[in-house]
Design a protein around this ligand. Structure first.
Ligand code: TRP
Length: 349
């Protein structure tokens, strides 16, 4: 399998935020296949860090159930899809552990213990939870598991003694809440048994959906990592640009223009993108030509991913094996942490 080539500046950016001693843990809810937003936001830094630090990717199926219990079969099916996405972009299971959250019973036990260290009021104040409650229209009917998922995420992170968590900026409140819990556990234990962690943010701003709104699989406004050439062209053609830019000769807006957001994130030649921005602003560059460039850039990025994804999808036994081996390895790590935390709670004194 050929390696994924990262634009050097972006790979350096990720590497410079990590120390060789860092332990990296991050995860994704298996509610759909991954898309270019995941790639720009976190997959790319995971690839850059692979081999440099100990790294685990957690497929967070239990977390997915906290807002999708009615879609359990869908979640179960997507565990494998997310694993395929990881492997297809170049995550190497010999260097990065891929584990399934529900197979790590230590994480569930840690969650139960940590729940005693957090108040309901604190959970209700978590800005990410608040925003998601609103988005999902839960109002007063918030599933208790959903309200508590930051605690389970603290168990995920601390269960690996992770020190660095590559996430989107929407996850910063989770990191903060994890560190609060870690400090409380350490106070209980009267020793520093768990490390605090820091977030690793990508400098690429959050990638919008093709309509300029938040990208999501369910809204159909994201470009999947397995997109066909036709899909790529169709989605790029439908991209929101500048509604005032009707003729190529008109001056156009670059800010808020989705095509430029994607070019900024993925075009390997930023100098040319800057020239295109100047021409677009001044008038004289049409949307059709601009979109053609973007479609070519995305095709070059996605084609090898799509090819590997198809190859791997025909060998499900291999993918299941990767998940089994990764989960077993992760289970050893998380059980050791659980033993220490149980002692802090005087359970095995
Ligand atoms: N909350 C993350 C998301 O919605 C997924 C996740 C679960 C995660 N556990 C994690 C991220 C631990 C970082 C660390 O995408």
């Amino acid at each position: 399998m050929s390696a994924i080539i990262l634009a050097p500046s972006r790979a350096d950016e990720s590497r410079s935020q990590a120390r060789a001693t860092d332990v990296i843990l991050t995860g994704d809810r298996p509610t759909g296949s991954l898309h270019l937003g995941h790639y720009a936001g976190s997959l790319r830094s995971r690839l850059a860090l692979q081999g440099q630090c100990a790294q685990t990717l957690l497929i967070a199926d239990l977390q997915a159930l906290t807002d999708s219990s009615g879609r359990a079969a869908h979640v179960a099916r997507h565990v494998l899809e997310v694993a395929l996405d990881y492997l297809a972009v170049g995550i190497d299971p010999a260097q990065t552990t891929i584990a399934v959250q529900s197979r790590l019973s230590a994480l569930a036990e840690l969650t139960v213990l940590y729940l005693n260290l957090v108040t309901v009021a604190r959970l209700e104040r978590n800005p990410t939870v608040k925003a998601e409650v609103e988005l999902r229209g839960f109002e007063r009917d918030i599933p208790a598991g959903f309200l508590c998922y930051p605690v389970s995420q603290a168990a995920d992170i601390s269960g690996f003694r992770a020190t660095l968590v590559p996430v989107g900026d929407d996850q910063l409140p989770m990191i903060e809440q994890t560190n609060e819990i870690v400090r409380r556990v350490n106070r209980l234990a009267n020793a520093s048994i768990l490390p605090e962690c820091r977030a690793m943010l990508s400098s690429t701003p959050r990638l919008p959906g093709i309509d300029g709104r938040k990208a999501s699989k369910s809204a159909g406004n994201a470009i999947p990592l397995g997109a066909t050439s036709d899909e790529i062209r169709r989605l790029v053609r439908a991209m929101y640009t500048d509604p005032g830019h009707t003729r190529a000769s008109d001056p156009g807006r670059v800010e808020g223009n989705v095509v430029f957001a994607y070019l900024d994130a993925f075009d390997p030649d930023p100098a040319t993108v800057n020239e295109l921005k100047e021409r677009y602003r001044g008038g004289g560059l049409g949307d059709v030509a601009l979109k053609r460039r973007l479609a070519d850039v995305l095709e070059a990025l996605i084609a090898p991913i799509r090819g590997r994804r198809a190859e791997l999808a025909s060998d499900r036994a291999y993918v299941m094996d990767v998940l089994r081996a990764g989960s077993e390895r992760a289970s050893v790590t998380t059980q050791a942490v659980l033993r220490d935390v149980r002692k802090a709670f005087a359970l095995d004194a």
